[in-house]
Design a protein around this ligand. Structure first.
Ligand SMILES: Cc1cc2nc3c(=O)[nH]c(=O)nc-3n(C[C@H](O)[C@H](O)[C@H](O)COP(=O)(O)OP(=O)(O)OC[C@H]3O[C@@H](n4cnc5c(N)ncnc54)[C@H](O)[C@@H]3O)c2cc1C
Length: 407
């Protein structure tokens, strides 16, 4: 397998925007507003939370377990303005601020590790002496004692922050269940039953049916496996690896997120792993991505040993605190980024199926953009339009006809 051929590059590709169309709000038509949200990742959970907060009766349908995929294995890095200049700008800014206010409401006891932090870019060159190029345009934290160079501050505590993505997703769901009565069903969505051009229920593997006035499909990289969606647009998975380390001297690690240009002693193109110390004392490192087929079962997603070994090598070259013997390996894992052909998420009502909505394709910014996506989808479903953020850049209607043309 070719390693690190694709990066987690956090810059989306700007694309021509097409206005979204939405059906009349079902709340005007129906007294009972029952919504089934399919997919228990961060996007589905945020959508369920905001829908239930607005008064809908919500069922969350998850095939395996909540946050079992990318939403439980991501870095959890958040940035206010890194998407500026592209179609994600307003979504990202709104979501960054929503993360801050959600943390004030829900993370008082630090249950999901929200914190602002400083972010640096730097290079690591394996063949160089340790500490050779210290203290250039920005000073490096003392724990970054490997062969580091060219440090630059690329985010401040005002513009960058982090959450523990699995704890964030689970905390939000607990709140949605306890305070707003969200029901969680473990089962696999097989299809959406449509009658007279409107979604009427979801059908689970085994035949069980759950009636709904509206259905939201938040299946992440598995969206491409549902014919209702794959007939209109492509969602593919980019597999990326990560390790979680627990250094013996956790107190030595300061809250600095690191974006690396990593030059291996073997040569080749530089890699771009990311390093996130967490308030739990853990250090999360990710990178090593490639486009591969998404397996049906999320529990089957396993890391490639070579990629995991490379991330461990990165760790020991970043800091002596992260090397073998100095840190315990708590997790070696992989997960899939949900990606679209134009690099822009797909959020909106599915053309031709009233009351059926999709929210996916968040790529490397799903943890950041989940709160604004969830809040906007809740408005779209219940009020007929989103006011918190303009969803027109994300409309699935932009793909209508495009797939057939490209075949
Ligand atoms: C290594 C890595 C690091 C990342 N770091 C960051 C970061 O620092 N910041 C950031 O903002 N983003 C980051 N991301 C991106 C982020 O993790 C994703 O964009 C986000 O988690 C996608 O969420 P989701 O809910 O769409 O999908 P997922 O988390 O994949 O959830 C989809 C869910 O749907 C369920 N499902 C699938 N099919 C069915 C079915 N038929 N029936 C019922 N349920 C079904 C699955 O079991 C799964 O639980 C990272 C991603 C990776 C891989």
């Amino acid at each position: 397998m070719v390693l690190h051929v694709l990066s987690l590059a956090r810059i989306p590709i700007p694309q021509a925007l097409i206005n979204s169309s939405s059906s009349p709000p079902f709340m005007e038509e129906q007294q009972q507003h029952r919504v089934v949200v399919c997919g228990g990742g961060v996007i589905g959970v945020c959508t369920a939370y905001f829908l239930a907060k607005k008064g809908a009766a919500v069922t969350l349908l998850e095939k395996s377990s909540v946050a079992c995929a990318a939403s439980g294995k991501a870095g959890g890095f958040l940035a206010l303005d890194w998407c500026d200049g592209g179609p994600l700008s307003a979504l990202a800014r709104t979501s960054f601020n929503l993360h801050r206010s959600l943390a004030q409401d829900l993370d008082g006891a630090q249950c999901y590790g929200y914190r602002p932090l400083t972010t640096l870019s730097l290079s690591i060159t394996e063949s160089q002496q340790h500490n050779q190029k210290r203290n250039q345009s920005a000073s490096l934290p003392a724990w970054v004692d490997g062969p580091a160079g060219s440090p630059r501050t690329i985010g401040t505590a005002e513009t960058t922050a982090q959450v523990h993505p699995q704890l964030f997703t689970k905390t939000l769901l607990s709140k949605a269940v306890a305070d707003h009565g969200v029901e969680v069903v473990i089962g696999k969505l097989e299809s959406v039953a449509v009658e007279g051009g409107r979604a009427r229920s979801v059908v689970l593997e085994g035949g069980r049916e759950i009636a709904a006035n509206a259905v939201v499909l938040a299946l992440g990289p598995w969206s491409g496996k549902l014919p209702l969606l794959s007939s209109i647009f492509t969602v593919y998975g980019l597999k990326a690896h990560s390790i979680v380390l627990e250094p013996k001297e956790a107190d030595a690690i300061s809250p600095h997120a690191l974006f690396l240009s990593y030059y291996s002693a073997q040569g080749g193109k530089p890699m771009d792993p990311e390093v996130y110390p967490r308030p739990t004392g853990e250090v999360y490192i990710c990178g090593m991505s490639a486009r591969v087929e998404v397996p049906d079962d999320p529990e089957e997603v396993a890391g490639n040993p070579e990629s995991i070994a490379m991330l461990k090598r990165v760790a020991s070259n970043v800091s002596s605190h992260l090397g073998e013997g100095e840190a315990t390996v708590k997790a070696e894992q992989a997960c899939f980024l949900p990606c679209t052909d134009d690099g822009v998420p797909v959020i909106g009502e599915i053309p031709g199926v009233k009351g059926c909505y999709v929210a996916t394709g968040h790529d490397c910014w799903g943890i950041l953009n989940a709160p604004a996506t969830g809040a906007a989808v809740a408005e779209l479903v219940l009020d007929g339009r989103a006011s918190i953020v303009d969803l027109s850049p994300f409309s699935p209607a932009r793909f209508v006809g495009a797939k057939k043309r490209s075949m």
